[in-house]
Design a protein around this ligand. Sequence first.
Ligand SMILES: Cc1cc2nc3c(=O)[nH]c(=O)nc-3n(C[C@H](O)[C@H](O)[C@H](O)COP(=O)(O)OP(=O)(O)OC[C@H]3O[C@@H](n4cnc5c(N)ncnc54)[C@H](O)[C@@H]3O)c2cc1C
Length: 416
Amino acid sequence: MGKVHVVGAGLAGLACAVRLAARGVEVALYEAAGHAGGRCRSYFDQSLECEIDNGNHLLLSANTAALDYLTEIGTRDSLIEPDAAFPFIDLGTGQSWTVRPNDGPIPWWLMDRARRVPDTGLTDYLGAVKLALAGRDRTVGDCVDTVGPLWDRFWEPFTVAVLNTPAADASARLVWMVLRESFMRGARYSKPMIARDGLSISFIDPALQRLRSKGVEPIFGARLRAAGIEDGKVTRLAFGDDNVPIRPDDRVVLAIPPSGAAAILTDITVPRTSSTIFNAHIRLDQTVEMPNGIPFLGVIGGTAHWLIVRRNVISATISAADHLMDEPADSIADRVWDDAKRALNLNVIERPPIRVIKERRATFAQTPEEIRRRPGTRTRYSNLLLAGDWTDTGFPATIEGAIRSGHAAAAALTDP
Ligand SMILES: Cc1cc2nc3c(=O)[nH]c(=O)nc-3n(C[C@H](O)[C@H](O)[C@H](O)COP(=O)(O)OP(=O)(O)OC[C@H]3O[C@@H](n4cnc5c(N)ncnc54)[C@H](O)[C@@H]3O)c2cc1C
């Protein structure tokens, strides 16, 4: 094989490039932006005067491809790994609880009233069986009871957290897949994980270093605008005014978002609808201590869904947030600050500096209809492969899905 041209230096492109370079393959990596990481990165925010992530990112210990990637780039120990415990507060009622799966695959914790979601009975959880048996057209809302505390306090927040799609519309199969890989295998696979010092330090910068050590110097500011195709093969990549010839033995991995990929290859089917995530980063003057040392809290009945605390910065996530699209950032900051004060019992009167980040295309909307539009790794062009969290990995559009897609492309090129 000749050179592999990887286009897009988000996690999918990086995972692919790192794996190929480790296998001795010659790689060129092109990225439109001036930096790598795409939707998963950190940057210095001038108004907060500190480094922040573009958005809170939570992994689960079941995310084996992501953990393998971190091992490959040498940062497996850069994640905070609390026990399998998910604390929640309901701002409407003031109730607090912690979802804490037990060891092993039999969910004994559901037998214990004190460990269940408050105001739920054991039989309420039987809806999960329907989820396990759901056909590909079913949504979570088709399978479980959409009224009552279990919906409000588990199905909706869990689905929105893992699929960034309201539970009424989200694919039942995909939600079940996450449950099956994590909670249904017990505590060992259900641990939440967070980058201790930021996304770029864990996921991005060490990958670039690893690539450079293998002689791969990423080319930034290189936006692919067209691909020349002859006889079912890519023969040329056009970046601005530069044309990169693709030799007969070369290969191309397109690891850019779905709308971009569809603009380059007009005949591929891709998911069309995306779903927004807002993050609001609140910088306090003092460090925030979290109960039991768990650095995050699920919030029910507010605007924010999750609060993640890193020293003196509280970062709030609002997923599946298309309904807030037209709301001014300042009003979102007000709402989130109110949630944070109440949820964390903060005794701070004046609103501190808050940076609101809107990611309009955070992920594709993971409905049954859109999931059917995910393409596979291979395409009808014999020397071109696809990668990205939106491709058909069988996993949600997450870090795990993106890295799996990159690994799948690398395997398709190098495995016998
Ligand atoms: C706010 C937010 C919160 C999230 N929370 C979580 C979470 O808690 N847990 C989790 O697992 N996942 C989470 N995700 C999802 C996760 O970030 C993504 O699934 C993952 O980063 C996608 O990686 P990717 O490589 O597929 O795509 P991208 O990151 O989009 O990478 C594509 C790259 O291609 C580049 N590019 C685009 N067009 C071109 C072109 N024409 N030429 C060259 N380069 C191009 C882009 O600049 C980008 O760098 C979250 C995402 C967001 C936005």
